[in-house]
Design a protein around this ligand. Structure first.
Ligand SMILES: [Ca+2]
Ligand SMILES: [Ca+2]
Length: 309
């Protein structure tokens, strides 16, 4: 048994076939551990070559396999044209693909991906994490084995990247901290975390003076990135206006509004729920609407969370 280590110079190779390899990350040394447990002279694994390289020796061949996240075995042998040797990197260790090939050596890792542990079409890569493999999950799935459907959470703790803004009502969002209490409003925002959508507020960072407001004048909309519905409900915190015709949160499914909610004419947010059974796997968006400059012409909103279990 042997393990690949960075003992050989990783630059000491030349690509004959396959993707450019100049961008291989050097920090991989610390995150991948692979064990070569299968060694057979006079043999090569066929039909699963992902790269073909010119290398000076067998150590560099094994090292290149170690550096390629999808490589789990390699074929090493003489170059047909003389000079350096040829190293083929494979994405399989299945011995049924072994064929006799003169002067070549097959080396296979213990490849714990052979048992296909990742589900829901997750891609398995051997040699990562304490469990010796990792799963790269397709969109909509998460978890160590891609076993869980990904659940949406908009908590506004990291800004509004990917959100679409129209008008000016949401220009200063999200809001930091309990700004209503900072101006002695007597109605605490009751947000979660540090950040939330406070349509009346004007405190877009901790360095802005607490308690400042932009008032009810601005109007506009704030629309989330698209997400796929995988749960059976959403819960969220909502406050501000109590007139749903003017100020509201909307759930759009395939572009159509299927749910609406508004506040109670109080800055303090309360929890509300939307049932989305019947919309599973449909593409949806959350939209906040402010279409008035009159009294209570703003929306407060936070922690839109999909309930998946
Ligand atoms: Ca929040
Ligand atoms: Ca307004």
């Amino acid at each position: 048994m042997a393990s690949a280590t960075p003992e050989a110079d990783p630059e000491n190779f030349q690509v004959l076939q396959g993707p450019k390899r100049a961008d291989i990350a050097r920090d991989r040394y610390d995150c991948r551990v692979i064990q070569f447990v299968d060694h057979e002279d006079g043999t090569a694994l066929v039909g699963h070559v992902i790269a073909k390289l010119k290398v000076p020796n067998e150590n560099v061949c094994r090292l290149q396999c170690f550096l390629d996240d999808d490589c789990v075995s390699c074929n090493f042998g003489p170059s047909e044209t003389g000079g350096d040797n040829v190293c083929e990197l494979n994405n399989s260790t299945d011995r049924k693909h072994l064929r006799r090939r003169k002067y070549h050596t097959f080396q296979g890792s213990e490849n714990t991906c052979q048992s296909a542990p990742c589900i829901n079409n997750g891609k398995c890569q051997y040699g990562f994490t304490d469990k010796t493999f990792r799963c790269l999950c397709p969109v909509g799935f998460e978890g160590e084995l891609c076993e869980r459907e990904e659940c949406t959470l908009f908590d506004f703790e990291h800004g509004l990247s990917g959100w679409m803004i129209t008008g000016t009502a949401f220009n200063n969002q999200p809001t930091y901290g309990d700004n209503p209490t900072a101006r002695n409003r007597g109605e605490p925002s009751k947000h979660k975390g540090d950040w939330w959508i406070g349509g009346y507020e004007n405190r877009p960072s901790p360095s802005h003076i607490a308690g400042r407001t932009q008032g009810d004048g601005p109007q506009g909309t704030l629309t989330s990135p698209s997400f796929v519905i995988s749960g059976h409900a959403f819960k969220f915190l909502i406050g501000g206006s109590c007139r749903i015709a003017e100020i509201r949160a909307e759930l759009l499914v395939e572009g159509n509004v299927v749910h609406q909610a508004t506040g109670r004419c109080s800055e303090s947010m309360i929890e509300r729920n939307w049932d989305v059974t019947g919309y599973k796997n449909k593409v949806a968006q959350l939209r906040l609407v402010d279409s008035t400059s009159g009294g209570w012409g703003h929306i407060n909103f936070d922690h839109f969370e999909e309930i998946c279990n």
